[in-house]
Design a protein around this ligand. Structure first.
Ligand SMILES: Nc1nc2c(c(=O)[nH]1)N[C@H]1C(S)=C(S)[C@@H](COP(=O)(O)O)O[C@H]1N2
Ligand SMILES: [Mo]
Length: 320
């Protein structure tokens, strides 16, 4: 296929709303340019010739206005103005203004530990080496609100394949940038910074597990975890760690920020489960941002067909 991202006469900076995003997607589809990746490369000024990675078209949702369960996309404005990002502040509506000048260029991600090919990637290498595709995912925060978010990114599996985990690698540990000068909330000594998270290797290799570099067809906004964050849609939102600088393959289960603070409330697995209440509130239903009525929460956030097999034989009570 002949992809010429440079010929796209719409600039990502012009996209401000769901309506604009959807009409731009229709436009790109008509042009035969159907991946967010093509548009992102154009935005970065990278020509098609310099971008060796083939651009995936096969994984695009057929109906771009909804996710796989026909849930409508959450408004762009809500996704970028209602955030959890404790390095900046615990006040969701203050994250975006505080993150406005966050500098995420240059940026590197160090991939190390039990791998044959440890490597520190810069963002240009990441964006050109891995196949950027678009995924519309539900996100369910442990606090019982949720959104439907159109991400662009690439599978964590593709990155792990590149570094070749050794046979003793059983877990993946992730770490957020440690930059208190840019992140005023880090001066709050109540939290064991830097933010860290982890997955079991088979969870990390599941095709749903994404490293996101964009949102709504734009490069990832700072408040959503620029320049690169994890998205694990069947787990509570706190697993989806932002602004990643380190990925380490380990033999032992890594400790996580939330499990360190409150192990009985935020376990390592954190799989979305309507039947297991948080000690302080029910998880049976959720408030979808932009909707008036609460909706029932689905097991594994609606992704049971893709991931339930990973937990066969495990006690669900240990998977909160
Ligand atoms: N580094 C870091 N990552 C983080 C958080 C955080 O405070 N710091 N909050 C988590 C929580 S609780 C949620 S619900 C999601 C929110 O992602 P969003 O702001 O993009 O919607 O990010 C997760 N990733
Ligand atoms: Mo969350």
């Amino acid at each position: 296929m002949d992809l010429k991202p440079k010929s796209v006469p719409i600039h990502l900076s012009e996209i401000t709303s769901k309506k604009d995003y959807l009409s731009r997607r229709d436009f790109l589809k008509q042009m035969g340019i159907v991946t967010a990746g093509a548009a992102l490369l154009a935005a970065c000024g990278t020509s098609a010739d310099e971008a060796p990675a083939p651009l995936a078209t096969s994984n695009l949702p057929s109906d771009l206005e909804t996710d796989s369960l026909s849930n409508e996309l959450t408004e762009h404005e809500s996704i970028i103005s209602y955030n959890n990002y404790y390095e900046f502040t615990t006040d969701k509506e203050r994250v975006a203004p505080l993150a406005k000048d966050f500098k995420s260029v240059p940026w590197t991600v160090e991939v190390s530990g039990l791998v044959n090919n440890p490597k520190t990637f810069n963002m240009d290498e990441i964006l050109s080496q891995f196949t950027i595709e678009e995924r519309i995912y539900r996100m369910r925060c442990v606090e019982a609100w949720s959104m439907v978010i159109p991400w662009s990114g690439f599978t964590l599996a593709s990155l792990l394949e590149a570094v070749e985990p050794t046979p003793d690698a059983k877990y993946v540990r992730f770490e957020t940038v440690n930059d208190p000068d840019q992140m005023p909330g880090m001066k709050n000594g109540l939290y064991p910074w830097p933010y860290q998270e982890g997955l079991r290797l088979d969870e990390a290799l599941n095709d749903l597990t994404l490293l996101a570099t964009g949102l709504y067809g734009e490069p990832l906004p700072s408040q959503n975890g620029a320049p690169i964050r994890l998205v694990v849609p069947w787990k509570y939102g706190f697993k989806s760690i932002k602004a990643i600088v380190k990925i380490e393959l380990t033999a032992e289960q890594p400790s996580t920020l939330w499990e360190t603070i409150a192990p009985n409330e935020y376990g390592f697995y954190a799989n979305v489960n309507p039947d297991i209440s948080h000690p302080r509130w029910s998880q049976a239903s959720e408030r979808r941002i932009g909707e008036l009525k609460r909706r029932p929460t689905l097991p594994f956030n609606g992704y049971a067909a893709e991931v339930a097999h990973l937990y066969e034989g495990m006690n669900p009570a240990k998977l909160y």
